[in-house]
Ligand binder design. Sequence first.
Ligand SMILES: *Cc1c(COP(=O)(O)O)cnc(C)c1O
Length: 222
Amino acid sequence: MSVEENLKIVQSEIKTAVSKALMPKDHVQLVAVSKTHPAEHIQEAIDLGQRVFGENRVQEAQGKWPELKAKTSGIELHLIGPLQSNKTADAIELFDVIQSVDRTKIAKEIAKEAKKLGKCPKLFVQVNTGLEDQKAGIAPQDAVAFVKTCIDDLELPIVGLMCIPPNGENPGPHFALLQKLAQEAGVTELSMGMSQDYQTAIAFGASYVRVGSALFGNRDYA
Ligand SMILES: *Cc1c(COP(=O)(O)O)cnc(C)c1O
């Protein structure tokens, strides 16, 4: 199927999910996850009107996005993968939103570099809701205090929380936990849900869904 057909399906599924949700967000953003996909495919989505995109590596994004962004105004690029501190300045230069703030060291680094560069992307704190060793994110029990430190002490623009539930587990409880933590922390945005479960995430109050393969097809990591 083409990006055009896929985009139509996903947009209509989002609408349906929003209409069925008990407490839907009035605005659910589709983040089109374009990692591993070449600029031509991304351009197709841009030509169809998609403006919000996600990449999970700073270096890969640097190879594609400066040119794509220069051609079209209004692009909003999200970093959804882990951020290394030596890539912080590059990430702030290129990304409009960083969804993967998950430790004090990186939060301090972002605050420092943002001051130098005179701008700061909107930020999400990533929460490791499944407490998985291999996954990034702050532990749920530390999330609320961490958000407060970021906002009050480091003056960072934290707008919400992000999570990636464990593979093969019912994602509902993870989405519900993220929603509860956001409420406790006093932030409104929830980035949750991927190709397999974005409808469920919307039912649990997602305001950003991150959809890759359902739009661009399977990824080839070769
Ligand atoms: C790759 C990725 C996605 C998109 O995954 P799909 O299953 O292809 O929709 C979403 N979020 C993050 C953090 C990712 O790395």
